[in-house]
Design a protein around this ligand. Structure first.
Ligand code: LMR
Length: 386
């Protein structure tokens, strides 16, 4: 058996993370993996999370199994945060990636002939997950490199070719890797296209609260969930609660006969992970269900969000000044953790080699990891290598 194994392709994001750690140069700048960092370059535990953990430590009386679907209070709290209501089938998952995995398993078990449509570009793990699930995939145009915004005509043309029962993977907010997000009106167009095609949205919601606010970032998901007869939402708690390593997430599935869908989702958990992890989920439920902790968490998240917008404005200004062009103005308009600068691979390589600036090969930068004091140096390095 083992002699048949093949070397696996390096994951671009994790490979870069390791290369940065191995680089001894002081002052190097890490814009790789999507993790929030404070002014000191640390990824702190949020105060509301610490308080919730303390409460759980004091009050939790057992660590026996929850249920195959996960803790009911967590699932209700997630439904309320995402949908503003508590209907639909739901399971706790191993992070947002686990939710995607279970959603794709559900598709494979029901409609293996379906094509899963991905934005071009998308998070590199999306195609890998789809291939691993043995499903067919196709791309729809998304980014207009000339403007750094959405290529609406291209997107409409491509989504016009979606067949009934196909799955369209959408980033509910804060598109990864581009940072370009549809307007409300454009979401309306996307929803209408899917409705006309009889397609099912699979919404990857990993950055709620990082774009325009907790409620605003759920608006597109709520619209799609209300308008379409069936929808799946793969939600991650990693970023919004800063609990990356706890692997907390949920899959919500709307439509169909709820009890039957719920039964099938629970069986998917049983066959893959048996019971979902509980600690991160319990932290999230404790925060969301307690008005004081909820308010504290929202204030912390909002401070992070506003800090990212300030960083975006500072970087757009610094790039304009250093490069003598406004071609990077889109950085200020984008929302979420990421923007793709649109630099050629050779320049990305030169930035790493000559300036210790680490960004993904497609020039995606993690705004949430960029310290204010590094903004001028980054802009100068981009100008020097351009
Ligand atoms: C990212 O895109 O950097 C994050 O979603 C982390 C990951 O798992 O890739």
């Amino acid at each position: 058996m083992l002699e048949r194994l093949k070397p696996q392709p390096a994951d671009a994001i994790l490979h870069l993370m390791q290369a940065f750690r191995d680089d001894p140069r002081p002052g190097r700048i890490d814009l790789g993996v999507g993790v929030y960092k404070d002014a000191a370059g640390r990824t702190p535990v949020m105060a509301a999370v610490r308080r919730a953990e303390r409460r759980i430590w004091e009050e939790e009386e057992t660590k026996t199994y929850t249920s195959m679907a996960g803790d009911a209070a967590f699932l209700d709290a997630m439904r309320r945060m995402i949908l503003g209501r508590t209907d639909g089938a739901a399971i706790a998952t191993v992070g947002g990636t686990g939710a995607l995995r279970q959603a794709l398993d559900l598709v494979r078990g029901t409609t293996p002939e379906a094509t899963v449509w991905l934005s071009a570009p998308t998070w590199p793990n999306h195609p890998a997950l789809i291939d691993h699930a043995g499903l067919r995939r196709a791309e729809y145009r998304y980014l207009d490199p000339a403007t750094g915004g959405i290529d609406l005509p291209g997107l409409m043309e491509d989504l016009g070719r979606v067949a009934p029962g196909d799955i369209v993977l959408l980033h509910g907010c804060c598109h990864n890797p581009t940072g370009a997000n549809p307007t409300e009106e454009e979401w309306g167009i996307i929803a209408a296209l899917l409705e006309r095609a009889g397609a099912i949205p699979l919404i990857d919601l990993a950055y709620q609260g990082f774009g325009d606010g907790v409620e605003a970032d759920a608006a597109a998901t709520r619209r799609l969930a209300a308008q379409l007869p069936q929808a799946m939402i793969a939600a991650s708690c990693s970023k919004s609660f800063g609990i990356y390593r706890e692997r907390a997430g949920a899959l919500l599935v709307l439509g169909g006969v709820r009890a039957l869908v719920q039964d099938n989702l629970a069986a998917l958990n049983r066959m893959t992970i048996s019971f979902p992890p509980d600690h991160g989920a319990r932290v999230v439920a404790t925060i969301l269900d307690d008005p004081g902790l909820n308010a504290e968490w929202r204030a912390e998240l909002e401070a992070i969000r506003l800090g990212m917008i300030r960083t975006r404005e500072a970087l757009a200004g610094a790039l304009t000044a250093a490069c003598g062009t406004d071609r990077f103005a889109f950085v200020a308009r984008h929302r979420g953790m990421f923007s793709r600068l649109g630099l050629p691979p050779a320049q990305v390589e030169a930035l790493r080699r000559d300036h210790g600036v680490y960004m993904l090969g497609d020039s995606r930068i993690n705004i949430a990891g960029l310290r204010a004091e590094d903004v001028p140096r980054l802009a100068e390095a981009v100008a020097a290598t351009g």
